[in-house]
Design a protein around this ligand. Structure first.
Ligand SMILES: Cc1cc2nc3c(=O)[nH]c(=O)nc-3n(C[C@H](O)[C@H](O)[C@H](O)COP(=O)(O)O)c2cc1C
Length: 188
């Protein structure tokens, strides 16, 4: 098991082209329950998950569009369709965000880090059940306008939108990690 698991992690890839099916409810619960075992200082469970699927994706697309209208001066109405379509690039989209609490020992950054760890666990869990996924963000994830449109609180922090489905290209090349350029040992 251990070598297999290491190999599984080592060969993880993101999948940009995603078709049906996406996980069913039981699979989502299994994956997100496992993701909820991410390292978590203070056991705050700062992660929050929201899944957009089916016509629910329209709500997200509308948010993409309304955000663009708020941010870009004189954006043409003809662009609306393209923004809505962004939310239909995968059969399901997992919004993962941190619900950051005021805490004497666990600063906000650590809470966001814990949610980031949960997002990575979710990626691995999705892959383990045979689904493809890609973690996306973008500047729009970090504006108060987006938080308002998503009905998030001011102190919340979006960590990612994970697009999920079944990979079109299951044989995507796994890149070299170039670990040796990034690893140092301190021995004496
Ligand atoms: C926080 C975060 C945000 C990301 N945002 C985007 C994004 O908006 N668009 C994108 O194409 N890739 C984004 N990526 C990168 C992809 O998720 C993916 O890692 C990258 O395409 C490399 O593919 P690989 O995971 O197969 O090596 C993001 C990754 C992280 C960790």
């Amino acid at each position: 098991m251990s070598q297999e698991f290491i190999k599984f992690m080592r060969n993880r890839v993101s999948q940009p082209i995603l078709n049906e099916p996406a996980p069913n409810v039981a699979e989502w619960e299994l994956i997100l329950d496992a993701a909820s075992r991410a390292a978590d200082h203070g056991n705050l469970k700062p992660w929050r998950f929201r899944i957009y699927e089916g016509e629910g994706r329209n709500q997200l697309g509308q948010i993409y569009w309304r955000h663009a209208m708020a941010e870009v001066e004189s954006i043409a109405d003809s662009k609306k369709e393209a923004f809505i379509k962004k939310a239909y690039r995968a059969p399901a989209i997992l919004l993962i965000y941190a619900h950051v609490q005021d805490h004497s020992k666990v600063p906000a950054i650590e809470q966001v880090m814990a949610v980031s760890a949960a997002a990575q666990q979710a990626l691995l869990g999705l892959n383990a059940l045979g689904y493809g996924a890609i973690w996306r963000t973008g500047p729009a994830c970090f504006t108060q306008a987006t938080k308002d449109l998503l009905s998030l609180k001011e102190e919340d922090q979006i960590v990612g939108l994970i697009y999920v489905g079944t990979a079109k290209d299951a044989g995507k090349k796994v890149l070299d990690t170039k670990l040796s350029d990034r690893l140092e040992w301190v021995r004496d």
